[in-house]
Design a protein around this ligand. Structure first.
Ligand SMILES: Nc1ncnc2c1ncn2[C@@H]1O[C@H](COP(=O)(O)OP(=O)(O)OP(=O)(O)O)[C@@H](O)[C@H]1O
Ligand SMILES: [Mg+2]
Length: 334
């Protein structure tokens, strides 16, 4: 019998009330994440990746109204009390933010920041927390751990700070690690080291990881499965091989063709995706990708396609998946 998902999201919507009107940032996200897997989430800027991760921890702006279901280890995050959320965040679900400088307090030593979480959540003594902090710095391969504890964030390089942020996230042995563009601010060599570290920590601690990035090359290095987001929805979901070699949504195909990291090495021509993503402050009719889609038909402009399975474990929200996967078939003439 297969284990139930660790995280299960159904029809998640997120509306923001702004002076300019309603912004519909998440428009019905469905997602299952199995224990121990690494799921990569890709999509253009503004498609809702960060809002999705924040929602999984129950972190919403005052102007935000979430609805839908987020089941994590038996609780519904959208219905959880502030107290239950406090117990979940940092303890069972932890987040690594894109910019380590914003995640670290410039006025506190690394030691203080590393020990705070364990003292608060695990009620450890100062000595126990210090021992745990050293253990964590060793786990993320930061040399000279004793000295690092006394240093301030500005005394470390960007790569070292990102290791500290990852150590902080791991402090209370979370089951789920949410990583929002954890390598974007780093040069390629350090990026490769951090990705190797995530792979190692995942294997060592049995972590489940959700990794947000705009870089398909990063996904290809660490993820087992990938979810492609477009305009607040997941439009394709499957294994790396499914989504990258047999995409079933025209946006996923366009992303792949536009990805330098995946295709230039093979000499493929890089194609920009023409047009702009839709304005989430305006109502969207039909498929949100239709205005940019070469397979668009009248139906796409009227109806929004549901995420449906195209093969075992591979789903896409497109009326023309068949045509994309089997280009020799006659086109849809609607
Ligand atoms: N407080 C807010 N009020 C109104 N709209 C918001 C607010 N926060 C986010 N949004 C909108 O929600 C949408 C999703 O934002 P989000 O930050 O999740 O995008 P993203 O995919 O993470 O983009 P990026 O790749 O640039 O980080 C955007 O259109 C953004 O403008
Ligand atoms: Mg973001």
């Amino acid at each position: 019998m297969t284990a139930p998902p660790l995280l299960s999201v159904r029809d998640l919507h997120l509306h923001f009330t702004t002076p300019e009107g309603d912004v519909h940032a998440l428009r019905g996200v469905d997602l299952d994440v199995m224990p121990g897997e690494c799921l990569g989430i890709v999509g253009e800027s503004g498609c809702g990746k960060s809002q999705l991760l924040a929602s999984l921890m129950g972190l919403w702006a005052r102007s935000a109204a979430p609805s839908g279901v987020i089941h994590f280890a038996g609780q519904d995050v959208t219905q959880a009390s502030p107290r239950a959320l406090q117990a979940l965040r940092g303890r069972r679900i932890a987040m690594v933010f894109q910019d380590p400088m914003t995640a670290l307090n410039p006025h506190l030593t690394i030691g203080r920041q590393l020990t705070e979480g364990v003292r608060h959540h695990l009620h450890q003594t100062a000595a126990e927390a210090r021992a745990r902090a050293l253990e964590l710095l060793h786990a993320v391969h930061l040399s000279d751990a004793e000295r690092r504890l006394r240093q301030y964030p500005h005394e470390l390089s960007g790569g070292m700070r990102q290791r500290v942020v990852i150590a902080m996230a791991l402090a209370c042995r979370p089951e789920l690690l949410l990583a929002d563009e954890p390598t974007t601010a780093l040069d390629v060599t350090v990026q490769a080291q951090i990705l190797a570290l995530l792979r190692e920590l995942r294997a060592r601690f049995g972590l489940t990881i959700l990794l947000v990035t705009h870089d398909l090359g990063v996904i290809a290095q660490v993820a087992d499965r990938v979810a492609v987001m477009y305009a607040g929805r997941i439009v394709e979901h499957g294994t790396l091989a499914d989504v990258f070699t047999a995409p079933a949504h025209p946006y996923a195909q366009a992303l792949r063709l536009a990805s330098p990291t995946l295709d230039t090495a093979r000499g493929a021509h890089l194609a920009a995706i023409p047009g702009q993503p839709p304005d989430l402050a305006q109502p969207i009719r039909g498929c949100a990708f239709a205005p940019r889609c070469t397979l668009r038909t009248a139906r796409c402009e009227q109806e929004s396609p549901a995420l449906a399975e195209v093969s075992l474990g591979h789903s896409a929200a497109c009326f023309h998946s068949d045509q994309l996967r089997n280009p020799m078939r006659p086109g849809n003439t609607e």
